[in-house]
Design a protein. Sequence first.
Length: 177
Amino acid sequence: MNRIVGLGGLAMSLIALAMGIFVLFGGRVQDGDTTVPAGERTFYMTGLEYKGSTSTKDLPAPPVAPNKIGDGYRYKPPGEADKGDPTKWEVSTYRWEPGLLQVFRGDKVSLVGFIVNGDHHKVWIEDPKGQVVVKEQDWQRGREYKASFVADKVGYYKIHCDEHDPSMTGYVLVTPR
Ligand SMILES: [Cu+2]
């Protein structure tokens, strides 16, 4: 009987010790916790092009040319996509990867951009009220760029590309600390 009580006491002590360690360390070290102080957040973003093609034998060409829907969509109709195959058609779109980031109000956000696809991107950033926080810059393929701003407003900051609007838009969601 004494032995069982002793083991029970030891187990309780171990649980209490584990809970103490969690309270001391586990509850504080995780990024995203409200105890994390304001600081610089650096994110790496890549400018990419997604591309796909098929044949009119498998699927008719779209009734509305995708490039008429938005500048971010590109389209090569049958006869243009492949001179040797008049049935082939191709679509593509430009995107940021990742397309959504999250920070807390007051954080300094630094976006490090690298362009893999597309020779030129006209990049600028606006805050949730529509104010420009980073002026338009020409981001070119194979170069790395850095854009920084202080996220002092709650809501979505938008990373635009005038060359491929509106679908090449990235978002930084700012939440209260
Ligand atoms: Cu672009």
